[in-house]
Design a protein around this ligand. Structure first.
Ligand SMILES: Cc1cc2nc3c(=O)[nH]c(=O)nc-3n(C[C@H](O)[C@H](O)[C@H](O)COP(=O)(O)OP(=O)(O)OC[C@H]3O[C@@H](n4cnc5c(N)ncnc54)[C@H](O)[C@@H]3O)c2cc1C
Length: 466
């Protein structure tokens, strides 16, 4: 290991000069200053809290140590140290886990926030370190006229996203993010490096089942695709909804999205009595596209078309907030069609509109995602066409209780309608049989692989595969 140019005290003083509130900016500052590849923080260190906090301000966990690691050797050192002290390990890359699964009380947090290198292996293959944020990835690959099908939020980490699946604007054409994952390197509970080129089980498990379960992923190789030349968005707004109007619109939306081209994506976002519907399409030819949802356009209060924008500009407009916020979001079922929720539409509407701050969203999946066999990757849900997500946001901790109570009622309602398949990257701590919901028929194989890679359950979080 290289010698540090700064003493730890000098180093922490320098860090303390940065704004504590600017969570992600601080990674960059640290990156410039850190010459050593490993820094261990405890509760007594002034920057402990800065690195402990995750994107979701609702969840507070206090690890005994935070190991900030810049290299594989540093990760190995952190794992061996945790073993020596008999501590469980949580792993963090982008820190966006809905339920704070990338942190652990009284254990070792391995913080990979500095591992952000991007290396091109050839014109189509790129090697990413785990904490590359999606905005880092796009900043690097769009100028090369390439894309990876990822999600839309700029500050989500590529590894957390890909290890649990990963969907977004390009998924119906190119599959989930994990479907473009070709190779990974993982450091296991003993500090051994495993290369998926020598161990095919590992790649299978990391395509949808790899979040925090088996070891620390330190390298990911992705296939890239030719970037589209433009990106078009169509936004419809509907205000002052009533229950019957909501039912009419959601039925029309499901109908309009049944036969979308693979280049298109759509989201139905009910926020109180206000509905936004988004369609996007990156096909060069947009002729006839609006016809698919012309009935919705006719009913909209407001309709905005943003055709043929530059891809970089369009993607940036969906990057979202960067600073940590209070929220409770979760998967709210994966549907084949409206029939999975039809009987509960009135009740869904009443509950979502009963308290301010709840959002019920349904996104299109399908296309290429469903062309892959459900046993071919750990991600199992290859037979559904829609992913729904329940969201709630608030500013002050005292607002949490009312929102989360209604949130859980809606989750129960959706379960009672028979919706039990859930998306692992949108976890809910309250899902009964969570791992069955996330991994379906692939759970058994994942459990066998947990025994193979991490028999002592060194890597742990509340919904770890056991
Ligand atoms: C604002 C926001 C927008 C989002 N948008 C989308 C979207 O458009 N599409 C989509 O599919 N998802 C989306 N998500 C969900 C996102 O995919 C997950 O939250 C994802 O797991 C976050 O990854 P991360 O690295 O940022 O988070 P982290 O909290 O660092 O990690 C998440 C999980 O992965 C594990 N993990 C992280 N790094 C590693 C590693 N190197 N090795 C092993 N395990 C690791 C952690 O232990 C944890 O269990 C969004 C989330 C948020 C908060």
């Amino acid at each position: 290991m290289m010698q540090n140019k700064y003493t730890k005290r000098e180093f922490l003083k320098l860090l303390g000069a940065g704004s504590l509130g600017i969570f992600f900016m601080s990674f960059y500052k640290l990156d410039n200053l850190l010459e050593d590849d490993f820094l261990l923080l405890t509760k007594n260190d002034s920057t402990y809290n800065q690195y402990r906090k995750s994107f979701n301000k609702r969840i507070e966990k206090y690890p005994k140590y935070i190991a900030i690691c810049k290299t594989d050797k540093a990760v190995q050192k952190a794992i061996l140290m945790a073993n020596d002290k008999n501590l469980k390990i949580a792993i963090r890359s982008g820190g966006h886990s809905f339920e704070g699964f990338s942190n652990i009380d009284n254990g070792m947090l391995i913080h990979l926030g500095l591992m952000k290198n991007i290396t091109w292996l050839n014109n189509e293959l790129v090697k990413l370190q785990p904490a590359c944020l999606l905005q880092d990835v796009y900043d690097n690959i769009l100028p090369k006229k390439r894309i990876i099908p990822t999600g839309s939020c700029g500050t989500v980490g590529i590894s957390g996203l890909a290890l649990g699946g990963g969907y977004g604007f390009f998924s119906r054409k190119y599959g989930l993010t994990c479907d473009s994952l070709l190779r990974v390197k993982m450091i296991d509970y003993k500090g051994n490096v495993i290369d998926s080129d020598q161990d095919k089980d590992l790649l299978w498990a990391c395509k949808g089942g790899g979040n925090g379960n088996f070891g620390v992923i330190t390298e990911m190789h992705f296939k890239t695709y030719k970037a589209p030349t433009s990106f078009s968005s169509y936004r419809l707004k509907f205000s002052n909804l009533t229950e019957s109007k909501f039912i009419q619109l959601i039925k029309l939306w499901f109908q309009s999205t049944e036969k979308l081209p693979q280049e298109a994506f759509s989201a139905f976002v009910l926020n109180g009595k206000f509905l936004t519907i988004l369609f996007t399409n990156f096909n060069e030819s947009q002729s006839d596209f609006e016809k698919q949802f012309s009935q919705l356009i006719a009913l909209a209060t407001n309709y905005k078309k943003m055709p043929n924008r530059s891809l970089a500009t369009a993607l940036k407009s969906y990057y979202g907030v960067k600073e940590p916020i209070y929220f409770k979001n979760a998967s709210a079922g994966l549907y084949q069609s409206i029939s999975d929720i039809e009987k509960g539409l009135s009740e869904i509407y009443r509950k979502v509109t009963s308290v301010k701050g709840i959002i019920y969203q349904v996104n299109t999946l399908g296309g290429k995602i469903n062309e892959i066999k459900s046993s071919a990757t750990a991600y199992p849900h290859r037979d559904v066409n829609y992913l729904s997500e329940l969201q709630s946001y608030w500013d002050k901790p005292e607002q949490e209780k009312a929102l989360v109570t209604t949130f859980e009622e809606i989750q129960r309602l959706l379960r009672d309608l028979g919706n039990t398949k859930q998306y692992r990257n949108y976890p809910d701590i309250n899902f009964p049989n969570a791992n069955n919901s996330y991994y379906g028929n692939n759970l058994k194989r994942l459990q066998e692989l947990k025994l193979k890679y991490d028999p002592k359950n060194t890597f742990d979080y509340p919904q770890v595969i056991k």
